[in-house]
Every structure is written in C-alpha cells, then in structure tokens.
Design a protein around this ligand. Structure first.
Ligand SMILES: Cc1cc2nc3c(=O)[nH]c(=O)nc-3n(C[C@H](O)[C@H](O)[C@H](O)COP(=O)(O)O)c2cc1C
Length: 215
C-alpha cells in the first residue's frame, strides 16, 4: 500500500461543547489524565510533545520534549539553555506545543510566551533526575557539533569522577522553561473528516473565549 493510500476513519464520540470546561487548563488536565491513567504500553510517553520555536528571521524548527509539569501558570519542560531551541527562545520567546494521542484520536495545541523557570525550580528537578541523566545533561553541549561518541562518553566519565560522592551542581546552561499559553486547541477525530475542534483564546481581562473551528 502506498503512502497516499494510508488513511484511517476516526470513530470516536463527539466532543460536546457543553462538556468543555471553561478553563483550558482543567480541560487539558481531563484529557491528559484520561491518557495518563489508562493502561498503555510502556513505550508510550503521554508527556511527549512537539515543541516548535522560531528564530528572529522566522525560521522554524520543531522537536519532541517531555512535559514535566502543568498548572494555570503554564506548561513546563527542561532543556539546555544554550541549545538551538534555547537560542531561538532567546531571540523569539514565542513557542507552540503539540500533543497527539492516536489511540484516543486527540490532539492538543498550545501557543504562548516562554520564560525560564526560577533557578530553584530547575535545581529541584535537576537533582530529582537519576545521576546518569544529570551527568548526561552536564556533559552534553546540546546541539553543538560533536567529533565522536567517545568524547561525549569520556566527558561524562570525567564528570562522574570529579563529582564522586558529591552532588552534581546544576550548570547555568541547563534548566526549565515555562510556556504561558494565550491560545489552546482541542481536536477530537470524528468520522468522514468532520472532526470537532475547539479553540480557547485569552481575552483582555483574563477570560477564555471558546470557539468551534471548522476541521
Ligand atoms: C521522546 C523524546 C523526548 C525528549 N525529551 C527532551 C527533553 O525533555 N528535553 C530536551 O532538551 N530534549 C529532549 N529530547 C531531544 C529533543 O528532541 C532534541 O533532539 C534536543 O532537545 C535538541 O534540540 P535543538 O537542537 O532543537 O535544541 C527528546 C527527544 C525525544 C524523542
């Protein structure tokens, strides 16, 4: 079968506007927890999301990162501040997130402004990670050219020795970002491509306006 013949008809029940929560954060939580609490294969990462960023010229790149927390304050992820995405966020602090959960035929899109999390938040998460992940984060000049794998492993091994029996300090170049949304969209696959889409847009005064969008 050729790629052009690959298609699925989505069969899920309607996303009823009356069932939508007035708060996009609670709506996100309902959908996220639905998937999170389900009995799914180990390889499935419910918190994996696409993060799209753009530089000052408007050139866009996207990659997967892991959501590490969400609240009314925003959506949090951790990375290397000197990475390509970090550089782009410095030039242009707008970003988009996309979640796609195929087994429930749902997509969530989130657009907003990004700021660095407080140092204390980054410290707490950094030190909660396994030691190997901490070493990996410190050893890797993320997004920079690397001569070979050996030099990366050697760097991690040297750090391991240097901090033997000690806490590894979080480097300044690694930490969290918080995306504070001003629009979100909830998409539910339906049959015959007549999907349900609802957009939440932040209005002056802090109220969220909900609009049905054509699929
Ligand atoms: C499932 C998955 C989860 C990932 N999680 C993260 C993450 O939380 N933080 C991160 O910096 N990179 C993560 N990555 C790696 C990024 O996709 C990307 O390769 C890296 O951040 C460098 O991106 P950049 O060069 O655009 O900055 C993950 C990749 C995958 C496939």
């Amino acid at each position: 079968m050729g790629i052009e013949d690959l298609r699925r008809d989505y069969q899920r029940p309607a996303l009823d506007p009356n069932s939508l929560d007035p708060s996009p954060f609670r709506q996100f939580s309902t959908w996220f927890e639905d998937v999170h609490s389900a009995d799914l294969p180990d390889w499935f990462e419910v918190n994996a999301m696409t993060l799209a960023t753009a530089d000052e010229r408007g050139f866009v790149t996207a990659r997967i990162v892991l959501l590490k927390g969400y609240s009314e304050a925003g959506f949090m992820f951790f990375t290397n501040y000197d990475s390509a995405k970090g550089q782009q966020l410095l030039e242009n602090p707008r970003a988009s997130l996309v979640f796609y959960w195929p087994h429930v035929e749902r997509q969530i899109r989130v657009n907003g402004s990004v700021t660095k999390t407080e140092a204390a938040t980054s410290d707490k998460y950094f030190h909660a990670r396994p030691r190997g992940s901490q070493l990996g984060a410190v050893a890797s000049a993320q997004s920079q050219p690397l001569a070979d794998r050996q030099s990366l492993e050697q760097q991690a091994a040297e750090l391991d020795q240097r901090y033997a029996d000690q806490e590894i300090p979080r480097p300044d170049y690694w930490g969290g970002y918080l995306l504070e949304p001003d629009s979100l969209e909830f998409w539910q696959g339906r049959n015959n491509r007549l999907h349900d889409r609802f957009s939440y847009d932040l209005e002056a005064g802090g109220k969220w306006k909900i609009t049905r969008l054509a699929p």
